[in-house]
Design a binder for this molecule. Structure first.
Ligand SMILES: [Fe+2]
Length: 133
């Protein structure tokens, strides 16, 4: 069962919350395809989409945090860079080896822990930062 977005993930910024919901949707989509059989073409599309979406989402969120003078703004930026670096490793592995069950499972675990840990520990600080919008 995919994890579901709930109020505990709220950042107080409706745009960011919508973007996070989209990331939860990507995770659910990945899970669904893992059950029914994710092929090379699917995983390529998935990684392309995730990479593009994430980059613009991170940019948007970093601007919001900076504007709100959020104390975790810098930490958020650092973690985003680490998440992008890890994403790159999976992307490179896919380009080298193609799709495999192991890669799908590791990618799934990575995405799930990113949503749970990063959003709950860092992004939700935005709620307490004055003008979160
Ligand atoms: Fe973030």
């Amino acid at each position: 069962m995919p994890i579901a977005w709930s109020d505990e993930y709220s950042t107080g910024n409706p745009d960011i919350d919508e973007q996070h919901k989209q990331l939860f949707q990507y995770l659910a989509d990945l899970e669904e395809h893992m059950e029914t059989g994710a092929d090379e073409a699917y995983l390529k599309r998935f990684l392309d989409m995730l990479g593009l979406y994430t980059r613009s989402h991170f940019c948007f969120e970093e601007i919001c945090m900076r504007r709100a003078a959020c104390p975790v703004a810098e930490k958020n930026k650092e973690q985003h860079q680490k998440l992008l670096d890890t994403y790159r490793l999976y992307r490179d592995r896919f380009e080298r080896e193609g799709v495999s069950q192991d890669l799908l499972e590791k990618l799934h675990t990575f995405l799930e822990s990113w949503l749970v840990n990063h959003i709950l520990r860092i992004d939700t600080h935005l709620k307490n930062c004055g003008n979160a919008r």
